[in-house]
Design a protein around this ligand. Structure first.
Ligand code: SAM
Ligand code: SF4
Length: 341
């Protein structure tokens, strides 16, 4: 890897879209690959991208750092599974210079947890303070089925390793009508018992998978109503500028978030954009809008030209998403593993 430029990010005018929203949060998918094959996320036999199409670690750093210089305060690495990307810790350590300079408030990641046993300590050393771990069930057989072969024990050990390293862990679970609906209260109790926040996510119709999404979709409105039949959920004004709405569960003392892209419209306060591992910038998770920043980089763009391309893309951020549940298909053709969840 080439040495990183450690000059402090220049203060530039923030990224503002055409509807007056300031973009301060970038999610970066560092790979489309994964060591699991969750049924709602990937097809069983995925064709992964050829290496030449995937941004190098240096290119990922350059684009992420351009966003930081344009006022991005929060970076989240995701994927695919970010911790299976070879050399990813070099990227994390490189990006952590923006934490040290004060240009960035937070560097974090979303992971399936399988590799945390190996990486938790290094992540903490690099300045990562919080991570999201995706976990939909505590039943080993169901976990193996939902992830097509995953080992629940590894994830639980990963969560423990992260906590031992001092990382705050938030558990994310996708709510699935048949698979885990009945287990959701137990998952919440477990997460809160571990001192973790928990967020429930509605399935989003992204990418062709092998299952019928109309069968899987579970409205979080219904989940919330069910939880309220035996728990007290107190609204808390924790707003991340994102799609999650939070409550405190009085009985467990823990925080619970609901991400409801389909039954609730969160677009008017959206402050985030997403970069795929191929360098495509999506300014809305639920639209087909796309700007090819890899082409800009590989054409030899200067930092100013790269910043201009980013500004133009953000200016065109759509006002809102367009998700619809489509049986077996998808209203947005790319997979979550490509876009980064
Ligand atoms: N591999 C990492 C993980 O699983 O946390 C990071 C990438 S994964 C695509 C990010 C998040 O997206 C996970 O919490 C996953 O459950 C969620 N996800 C994947 N496909 C989804 C879908 N179709 N609808 C809703 N959430 C989805
Ligand atoms: Fe992999 Fe995450 Fe997708 Fe599951 S949700 S297949 S862990 S990228």
């Amino acid at each position: 890897m080439t040495p990183y430029d450690d000059t402090p990010a220049q203060a530039a005018a923030p990224l503002i879209d055409g509807f007056g929203r300031t973009v301060r949060y970038l999610r970066v998918s560092v790979t489309d690959r994964c060591d699991l094959r969750c049924v709602y996320c990937m097809a069983e036999h995925m064709t992964f991208l050829p290496k030449a199409q995937v941004l190098t670690l240096e290119e990922l750093d350059r684009i992420a750092s351009a966003f930081v210089s344009l006022g991005t305060r929060k970076l989240r690495l995701t994927g695919g599974e970010p911790l299976v990307r070879k050399g990813v810790m070099g990227l994390v350590r490189g990006l952590s210079r923006h934490l040290a300079s004060g240009a960035l408030d937070e560097l974090t990641l979303t992971t399936n947890g399988t590799q945390l046993g190996a990486f938790a300590g290094e992540l903490a050393d690099a300045g990562v303070r919080r991570i999201n771990v995706s976990l939909d069930t505590l039943k080993p057989d169901l976990f193996r089925q939902l992830t097509r072969g995953g080992d629940l024990g590894k994830v639980l050990a990963g969560v423990a390793a992260a906590q031992a390293a001092g990382l705050a862990v938030k558990i994310n679970a996708v709510a699935l009508r048949d698979a885990n609906a009945a287990e959701i209260p137990d998952l919440i109790r477990w997460a809160h018992g571990q001192g973790c926040d928990m967020t429930l996510i509605e399935t989003m119709p992204m990418g062709e998978v092998d299952v019928d999404r109309t069968d899987e979709f579970l409205s979080l409105k219904d989940v919330r109503r069910e939880l309220e039949s035996f728990w007290t959920l107190e609204d808390i004004p924790l707003t991340t500028g994102g799609p999650a709405r939070y409550v405190r569960v009085a009985e467990t003392g823990g925080r619970l978030g609901f991400i409801t892209p389909l039954s609730h419209n969160f677009c008017d306060t959206c402050n985030r954009v997403r970069l795929t591992c191929t360098g495509t910038l999506h300014t809305c998770l639920g639209r087909e809008d796309a700007t090819d920043l890899r082409a800009v980089l590989r054409a030899g763009a200067s930092d100013a030209e790269l910043a201009d391309a980013i500004r133009a893309a953000v200016l065109a951020k759509p006002q809102g998403h367009d998700f619809r549940i489509v049986p077996r298909g998808a209203s947005v053709s790319r997979h979550m593993s490509t876009t980064g969840g």
